[in-house]
Every structure is written in structure tokens, then in C-alpha cells.
Design a binder for this molecule. Structure first.
Ligand code: NAD
Ligand code: UDX
Length: 470
């Protein structure tokens, strides 16, 4: 079947960039991205491309070319579903914060709502594509909901998980290591798989397009993230050992990574991984393993999360112990709040948890991030404190310990210490001599990303603490 009309439910960090690239590369296909969030859709339609809701290098360029030609953003979900031959579901699947599986299982209520809406609206056969990251066997649930109306419409469910990383989304989409398409191994299933293969074949080679059964595809996404995160927790575990033995974690990572069986990528020691995916997906995997009565397997993967929590806590503890065992009333400047560079996304950013520990000890946190707003930072902290059971009054009091600036100079002025939480390139090129002269002495730098030139900082007079550097 040749696809002419695509609809995508969810205009977030995945739906927005992936559909923009499909529209750019397939000019003969009309792509409509819909969302319930009106403000988000308005931002996607903003004439000024600097106001798109997602910051990604080169995204504005892609949207600028395709939008209004064959790429549309809308809140009219029903019409978009009705007109589409193929519907992508790219809504959020966060960790459940209530009830059965709280704190572990994926919350599939948004996905379920999408399936119910599609079942209600659809009048002709459609291919439904799972783009969201979902627990293995979700396609079965979707199929049951879709078929529940009994109106004779045929739905073919495919799994097509997204592997893009934020900050490099466009590059990852243009030149994917692979795309993965899972479907039923029936004639209709294979036909549906082929129509999605044909879309990606507009810009990817056959070798880059893998096809599997539905369950392998669903499970591969969770597992890919678990393996990636596991590498970071492994190197971060070693960073603690390096700090007490005078080994240097960068040298160790390089020595390990040059073994071609291990490889050099994803061995960068850090203050801990963040982002909307790793923690959520591993917790989901752990939950699934417990559900299928595999406690040893569950405990194995859970350790990746435990180690990551330890790494964030360890970083905060190092700041406190270095500043003579208390940060009460002291000004700690944060460079960066996003969970990694080149994105405005802050979900599960290590900065949030480090700030929480330091505020608990009485610190004032003075923050600068090139792409994250004050309201976002305050919302992140309020959300965490709310989850921890704090009431409104207590949250308001704690928020008084947070200050957000539009320039690094203001954040760093008269600080006792500076902590690098995100690896934004610009931090490397600041005038560190000037920063030093405006800070309290002894002036401390805690480099949670090992991006600054430690030798240069030491020469200026800073006390420097990196990750995994004795
Ligand atoms: P997001 O929160 O940025 O976007 C999801 C959007 O879906 C929101 O704008 C929300 O308003 C919208 N939505 C929710 N219910 C809806 C409904 N019924 N109809 C229409 N719109 C609805 O989330 P995201 O980061 O884009 O992630 C989406 C999915 O992709 C998740 O399952 C995630 O695990 C997966 N994923 C994310 C990444 C990533 O890097 N962010 C990478 C790969 C996979
Ligand atoms: C991840 C996966 O990489 C991607 O394939 C999947 O589709 C979604 O989840 P993302 O979360 O956007 O992507 O970013 P990623 O580059 O994986 O970084 C995740 C976190 O790990 C960041 O906080 C990053 O700073 C940290 N990280 C990454 C390290 O601490 N060290 C590393 O070596 C690599």
C-alpha cells in the first residue's frame, strides 16, 4: 500500500523532529502532527523559528522547509486520524506515579487514549505505528482496543521505536545506524511493514532498515537503552574508584575503549545520566522482569539505576565536604541545567537532584543555562518536591534558595563554588580568569562533565574537582 497521508499523535521531542524529517524527505506524503497541548502546537506553527518548542540543532531549518508544504501541525486530532492511511503514536509514556507499578511501570494511559480515539474515528483500514517506547507486548493491548468497536475496519499494528538522541536528533534521523520495524508475520502484516520500509527508503539504504517480529522490536528498544545506560553506570562506578586511587577515569575509559570489542562511545564519566528515556525505560524493564517472575534479571538491571542515583548524590556530597562540610548560606553557581548539551529538555537532569541535595544542606543555587528558562527550572524543582510529599508552603520556601540568570557572569558573581552540570561547549570558552577574580576564595570548580581545562584552572588559582580524577 502506498502511503499518502500520515498523522502523528504527539508533537513532542520525538513526534516533532521525526515527522519533520519524514515530511522533508517524502514531499509527496502529507504529514500532520497533532497534539492536545494547544500552546505546543502554536509554538510549532510560530512564524519565528526560534520559538519552536523543541530546541535541536538544524531542526528549525528542516521545519522551515517542509512546514506549510506537506508538514502541518494541528490540534484537530479527529480530522487528522480520519484522513490518515498511517498513524504514528508518539505520545509520552512516563513512569507511573500512582497505583499498581508506581515508580516503575510505564504509564500507558496516553497511548490507550490514542487507541480508543483511533478506534472511534476510523472509517477505513489503517496502519498504526508504535513510535513511543512501550513495554513488550503492548501491540497486543492496542490491537484489542482497536478491534473493540467491531465496525469491520482493519488495523495493522507495527512497532517502529525511535533511536534518536536529543541534541543530535536531526543528524540521527538523517543518518540512522538503523531503523527497526516490527510487524506481524502474516501477508497483511508484511504488506504493512513494506509500506513503512518504503517511507524510510526515501533516504536510508536497505541495510539500515531492519525488520523483525513485533515483540523483538518492542523489546529491542528497552534493551538498547538499558545497554547504553549500563555503560555509563559502569564507567561512573569506576570513576569513584579512580578518585581514591589516583587513576584518571578518562585515561581508563580510553584504555578500555580502544579494545575494539568494547568500543570508545558512551564511556564518558559524568555526574550521572539524565533524560526522559534511560531511567524510565530501565525501570520499565525491571518491572517487566518482576512481572514475568525473573527477579535475578530485574535486580541486575536495577543496579544501573541505583549506581546512577549514587553518582548524583556522590557529586553533591563532594561539593559539601570540599566546602568545609557545609554549604549553608553559600552561593553555588550551576553552569547548565539541561540533561545534556544542545537540548532544552531537562527531564531527569542530574542537575535537579544535585540541586535538591545542596538545597537540603542550606545552599543558594545560582543557575545559568543557555536554553533553559527560569520557569522550567522552578517547575522541575517544584515537581520533585511535590513527589517527595512537600506541601505548597514548604515548596515556596525552598524555591527562595534558587536564582536563575540570563547571563553566566551574573550567576557566577560572588560565588563560593561553581559546578558544571551540562557539557555546553560555551562553558569551555568563558574567561575563567575574570570568573576567578569575582568569586569568593578559595574558589572551587566541580566539573561534573570533565569538560574544562583543569590545568589552566589550577594555574589561575582554582581548587578543581573533576569526576574520576584523584
Ligand atoms: P513529549 O512529552 O515531549 O511529547 C509527547 C506529546 O504527546 C506531548 O506534547 C503530549 O501533549 C502529547 N499527547 C499526549 N497524549 C496525547 C493524545 N492523546 N493525543 C495527542 N497528543 C497527545 O515526549 P517525547 O520525549 O516526544 O517522547 C515520546 C515517546 O517517545 C515516549 O514513549 C518516549 O519514551 C519515546 N522516545 C523518546 C525519545 C527522546 O529522546 N525524547 C527518544 C526515543 C523514544
Ligand atoms: C537516549 C538514547 O541514546 C537514544 O538512542 C534513545 O532513543 C533515547 O535515549 P538521550 O536520552 O536523548 O538518548 O541522550 P543520550 O545521548 O543517550 O544521553 C543520556 C544521558 O547520558 C545524558 O544525561 C548524557 O549526558 C549522559 N551520558 C551519555 C553520559 O553521562 N556519558 C556518556 O558517555 C554518554
Amino acid at each position: 500500500m502506498k502511503i499518502k497521508n500520515i498523522c502523528c499523535l504527539g508533537a513532542g521531542y520525538v513526534g516533532g523532529p521525526t515527522m519533520s524529517v519524514i515530511a522533508l524527505k517524502c514531499p509527496e506524503i502529507k504529514v500532520t502532527v497533532v497534539d492536545l497541548n494547544e500552546a505546543r502546537i502554536a509554538a510549532w506553527n510560530d512564524e519565528n523559528l526560534d520559538n519552536l518548542p523543541v530546541y535541536e540543532p538544524r531542526l528549525a531549518e528542516v521545519v522551515g522547509e517542509a512546514r506549510g508544504r506537506n508538514l502541518f501541525f494541528s490540534t484537530d486530532v479527529d480530522s487528522a486520524i480520519d484522513n490518515a492511511d498511517m498513524i504514528f503514536i508518539a505520545v509520552n509514556t512516563p513512569t507511573k506515579t500512582y497505583g499498581e507499578g508506581k515508580g516503575m511501570a510505564a504509564d500507558l494511559k496516553f497511548v490507550e487514549l490514542c487507541a480508543r480515539q483511533i478506534a472511534r474515528i476510523a472509517k477505513n483500514d489503517k496502519i498504526i505505528v508504535e513510535k513511543s517506547t512501550l513495554p513488550v507486548r503492548t501491540a497486543e493491548t492496542l490491537q484489542t482496543i482497536l478491534d473493540s468497536t467491531g465496525n469491520g475496519v482493519h488495523f495493522e499494528v507495527l512497532s517502529n521505536p525511535e533511536f534518536l538522541a536529543e541534541g543530535t536528533a536531526i543528524e540521527d534521523l538523517f543518518n540512522a545506524d538503523r531503523v527497526l520495524i516490527g510487524g506481524k508475520q502474516t501477508p497483511k502484516g508484511k504488506e504493512a511493514i513494506q509500506s513503512l520500509v518504503d517511507i524510510y527508503a526515501h533516504w536510508l539504504t536497505p541495510k539500515q532498515i531492519l525488520t523483525t517480529n513485533v515483540w523483538s522490536s518492542e523489546l529491542s528498544k528497552l534493551t538498547a537503552n538499558a545497554f547504553l545506560a549500563q555503560r555509563i553506570s559502569s564507567i561512573n562506578a569506576l570513576s569513584a574508584l579512580c578518585e581514591v586511587t589516583e587513576a584518571n577515569v578518562d585515561e581508563v575509559a580510553n584504555a578500555i575503549g580502544t579494545d575494539s570489542r568494547i568500543g570508545p562511545k558512551f564511556l564518558k564519566a559524568s555526574v550521572g545520566f539524565g533524560g526522559s528515556c534511560f531511567q524510565k525505560d530501565i525501570l520499565n524493564l525491571v518491572y517487566l522482569c518482576r512481572y514475568f517472575n525473573l527477579p535475578e534479571v530485574a535486580n541486575y538491571w536495577e543496579q544501573v539505576i541505583i549506581l546512577n542515583d549514587y553518582q548524583k548524590y556522590r557529586f553533591a556530597k563532594k561539593i559539601i565536604s570540599s566546602l568545609f562540610n557545609t554549604v549553608s548560606g553559600k552561593k553555588i553557581a550551576f553552569l547548565g541545567w539541561a540533561f545534556k548539551k544542545d537540548t532544552n529538555d531537562t527531564r531527569e537532569s542530574a542537575a535537579i537532584y544535585v540541586a535538591e541535595h545542596l538545597i537540603e544542606d542550606g545552599a543558594e543555587i545560582h543557575i545559568f543555562d543557555p536554553k533553559v528558562s527560569e520557569s522550567k527550572i522552578k517547575a522541575d524543582m517544584s515537581y520533585l518536591w511535590e513527589l517527595n510529599g512537600l506541601n505548597e508552603q514548604k515548596i515556596a520556601l525552598k524555591l527562595e534558595q534558587i536564582f536563575v540568570y540570563k547571563s553566566p557572569e551574573e550567576a557566577l558573581n560572588q560565588a563560593h563554588a561553581v559546578a558544571v552540570l551540562t557539557e555546553w561547549d560555551e562553558f569551555k570558552y568563558y574567561d575563567w580568569e575574570a570568573i576567578y577574580s569575582n568569586m569568593y576564595k578559595p574558589a572551587f570548580v566541580f566539573d561534573g562533565r570533565n569538560i574544562l581545562d583543569a590545568e589552566q584552572l589550577l594555574t589561575i588559582g582554582f581548587q578543581v574537582k573533576g569526576i574520576g580524577k584523584g
